[in-house]
Write a protein of this length. Structure first.
Length: 89
């Protein structure tokens, strides 16, 4: 937040990975809530909810750790290229 206030390009550079990280965390939270609720129920659907939540938390949620650097690095490397370099073939 501090870096983004000093130079908005730093905040913008991390915006896309931040949104991906945020969506993974929210999805994990929702799936965990469903799994807790499913534990109070019986049946195959309830068991499937728990297995699905476990899969998500073990396979997808760890991606959050890999996105932290992209969120916090800033715009330095992104801004090293000129507009001409970005548009040239």
């Amino acid at each position: 937040m501090t870096n983004g206030m000093a130079d908005p390009r730093d905040a913008l550079a991390g915006a896309t990975p931040y949104l991906r990280m945020f969506s993974l965390v929210v999805a994990g939270w929702l799936m965990a809530r469903q799994a807790v609720a499913a534990c109070a129920l019986d049946g195959d659907d309830a068991a499937a909810k728990v297995v699905t939540a476990k899969f998500f938390c073990e396979q997808w949620l760890p991606q959050v750790h890999g996105l932290v650097a992209s969120v916090t690095t800033g715009a330095g490397q992104l801004m090293e290229l000129s507009a001409e370099q970005l548009t040239s073939r």
